[in-house]
Design a protein around this ligand. Structure first.
Ligand SMILES: Cc1cc2nc3c(=O)[nH]c(=O)nc-3n(C[C@H](O)[C@H](O)[C@H](O)COP(=O)(O)O)c2cc1C
Length: 192
C-alpha cells in the first residue's frame, strides 16, 4: 500500500490530464453555511502539493461566505477512464496575496476581465447586464495590465483525510482511507 496519498493524487492527476479527459481538474467542492446547510458545486483545481489543494473564486460568492462561517470543505474528484475517485476533507485557509496575484496574472485577458465583471452568486436581471459589465470593464482596463480584483482570490484545502478509490470488476473496488496523524499518514482499507 502506498504511504503518501498526496503522491498518489499527483500521479493520478497527471494520468487524468494525459488521458485527454474533458475537465481533469474539475472537482466537486462541498461547504456548509452558517446554518449548517450543505452546498456543492464544481470548481477547477489549480494547484496541489503537500500543503493542500488550491482553487480560486470570488470572495463575495456563496461558497466564500460558507467558508468564512465554517472554514472546512470536502472535494471529490472522479476520473473515468480509468475509474478513479479521490475524496479530500480538511480545513480551508486563504492563499497568500502573492500566490493569488501570480495565478491571476497567468490567466487570459478575458478571464481577468470576467473576474471584475461578475458579481458571482448575486441576482442578475438579464444576461445583457453581465455583457454590459464586461464591456465597461474592458474600457476600464484596455489590453494590458488587469490587476487582481480585491474580491477575487483562492483557498487551500489542507487535507486531514484523503480517500483513494479504484474501480475494479464486479464492484470489488479498492478503497483506502488515509488519515493524517502527528506521525504522518495512516492508511486504512475499507469495504467498497
Ligand atoms: C467545470 C466547472 C468548473 C468551475 N470552476 C470554477 C472555479 O474554479 N471557481 C469558481 O468560483 N466557480 C467555478 N465554477 C462555477 C461554480 O460551479 C459555481 O457555479 C459558482 O462558483 C458559484 O458557486 P456558489 O454560488 O456556490 O459560490 C465552475 C463550474 C464548472 C461546471
Amino acid at each position: 500500500m502506498e504511504s503518501d496519498p498526496l503522491a498518489v493524487f499527483s500521479r493520478w492527476w497527471d494520468d487524468a490530464r494525459a488521458a485527454g479527459l474533458q475537465e481533469p481538474s474539475a472537482t466537486a467542492l462541498a461547504t456548509v453555511d452558517a446554518a449548517g446547510r450543505p452546498a456543492v458545486r464544481m470548481v477547477l483545481l489549480k494547484h496541489a502539493d503537500a500543503d493542500g489543494f488550491v482553487f480560486y473564486t470570488n470572495l463575495k460568492s456563496d461558497k466564500a461566505a460558507d467558508l468564512r462561517a465554517h472554514p472546512v470543505a470536502s472535494l471529490c474528484f472522479y476520473w473515468n477512464p480509468p475509474g478513479r475517485q479521490v475524496r479530500v476533507t480538511g480545513a480551508v485557509v486563504a492563499v497568500t496575496d502573492a500566490e493569488a496575484d501570480a495565478y491571476f496574472a497567468s490567466r487570459p485577458y478575458q478571464s481577468r476581465i470576467g473576474a471584475w465583471a461578475s458579481q458571482q452568486s448575486q441576482p442578475l436581471t438579464e444576461f445583457a447586464e453581465l455583457e454590459r459589465a464586461v464591456a465597461a470593464t474592458m474600457l476600464r482596463f484596455p489590453l494590458g495590465h488587469v490587476p487582481r480584483p480585491p474580491h477575487w482570490s483562492g483557498f487551500r484545502v489542507v487535507p486531514d483525510t484523503i480517500e483513494l478509490w479504484t474501480e475494479k470488476p464486479y464492484r470489488l473496488h479498492e478503497r483506502i482511507r488515509y488519515t493524517r496523524t502527528p506521525q504522518g499518514w495512516s492508511a486504512q482499507p475499507l469495504f467498497p
